[in-house]
Design a protein around this ligand. Structure first.
Ligand SMILES: [Ca+2]
Ligand SMILES: [Ca+2]
Ligand SMILES: [Ca+2]
Length: 280
């Protein structure tokens, strides 16, 4: 059961003007390859992290064994620019991870971190441990924690809508943790995404299952990646939504695009609707 401790923030939104450039659609890395092969730039590695790919997951085993005398253990981090997504009306970031590191490591930015941000102070930095996650947007804004079940992977989802007022939402496993007014439009002004595994004072063992981001698909469109009509790539994600949903099981915010009849689930009726637009 998700228990969110949310402090309310009331602040004025500010609109950053972004140049309209050719924009991307959706980036996906399903963790079935090493990150660099999946398009990520290696940022930092130290203290000899042990890394491998297994069953569609990228696994980081991080400890202090190879760091005698150091104040922290293994580290493995990656980055990509988000320049292709500047100027969009919306943006989502979704990732699935299971971390076994203790929540006491969060204070040092471990055992996992996922951050999007820019050079102008807009950022969303998430730290996910075994049974707790933390969102830090800006040091002047309230920090939000969420507690959840240990020993299973969890899907984290950030949604941003840019407009006269910029808004954000954070979901875990489809359940809203917090939302509110954003500090500005994003991605904007040299945006980037960075993620890492890290061991501070205790070993960490992280199983990453996927990282996806890009435009938020239009509800009920069947078009997951907002590109090239409805085709095989969309089908791969439709099938996933269908598997995780079903009659009377809410599909969650990450599957609104696959809920063709808008009743909250992704079932056989939606499959028929998806077939109707497939190839179109
Ligand atoms: Ca995977
Ligand atoms: Ca598509
Ligand atoms: Ca439906």
């Amino acid at each position: 059961m998700l228990r969110a401790m949310v402090s309310k923030a009331v602040m004025a939104g500010c609109v950053l003007i972004s140049a309209a450039i050719a924009r991307g659609e959706v980036f996906t890395w399903e963790c079935d390859s090493f990150p660099v092969a999946g398009g990520w730039g290696l940022l930092q590695q130290f203290c000899v992290p042990i890394l491998w790919v297994e069953d569609g997951q990228y696994i980081q085993q991080l400890d202090m064994v190879e760091c005698p005398g150091k104040e922290q253990g293994g580290h493995d981090s990656y980055r990509r620019t988000l320049d292709d997504f500047v100027g969009g009306p919306s943006f989502f970031l979704e990732w699935k991870v299971e971390a076994n590191g203790d929540a006491s490591e969060i204070v040092a930015g471990a055992p996992t971190a996922m951050a999007v941000g820019n050079s102008f102070g807009i950022r969303y930095t998430f730290f996910v441990a075994r049974d707790r996650a933390k969102l830090n947007r800006d040091n002047l804004l309230p920090i939000v924690f969420a507690d959840f079940e240990a020993g299973v992977p969890h899907v984290h989802r950030l949604e941003l809508v840019n407009g006269p007022i910029n808004l954000f939402w954070w979901y875990i496993d489809g359940e809203l943790v917090t939302n509110g007014i954003a500090e500005g439009a994003f991605p904007s002004n040299g945006p980037r995404i960075t993620w890492r595994g890290k061991s501070w004072q205790m070993p960490a063992f992280n199983r990453w299952d996927c990282i996806r981001y890009g435009d938020i698909a239009v509800d009920g469109s069947g078009d997951f990646d907002s590109a090239d009509g409805v085709g095989l790539r969309d089908w791969r994600y439709f099938e996933e939504c269908s598997r995780n949903s079903g009659i009377s099981i809410d599909a969650g915010p990450g599957c609104r695009w696959a809920d063709m009849d808008g009743d909250g689930d992704v079932d056989l009726v939606d499959f028929a609707g998806f077939q109707g637009v497939f190839g179109g």
